[in-house]
Design a protein around this ligand. Structure first.
Ligand SMILES: [Zn+2]
Length: 119
């Protein structure tokens, strides 16, 4: 197994997810390759550091209540936003067709201001 193959499988090896054949091939490569072995050792060190109890955060006793309260607040109905077709339909009932056309052109020109653009 070469370095590229080893690094591609290194996380799976680290998580003990490989079959015996690949596990043995990686172990053999790690014995002979300092570069890949250092990558493996970085994972070992990270896993060890993550076990540090100082990294743990104690969940407050009322955490579930806090979540429920926030969910209740955020589950209020959202402000209704008109979709583009319904907005055009709404405007067309208010404005005569020529005015609606001019209105749409002004919006278009506002979005795409081109000097050579003539209507
Ligand atoms: Zn290697």
């Amino acid at each position: 197994m070469n370095c590229e193959e080893t690094l591609a499988l290194l996380d799976a090896y680290f998580d003990n997810e490989l079959d015996l054949t690949k596990t043995l091939a990686i172990e053999e490569h790690l014995r002979d390759c300092a570069s890949c072995r250092s990558q493996y050792e970085l994972r070992v060190a990270l896993r060890q550091r993550l076990k540090d109890p100082d990294l743990r955060y104690a969940i407050p006793g009322d955490f579930a209540d806090q979540v429920r309260k926030r969910l209740a607040v955020s589950s209020r109905p959202a402000t209704r936003i008109l979709s583009f077709p319904s907005a055009v339909g709404f405007l067309s009932r208010l404005l005569p067709l020529r005015s609606l056309e001019r209105f749409c052109m002004q919006i278009f020109n506002g979005c795409f201001p081109l000097d050579q653009h003539q209507w």
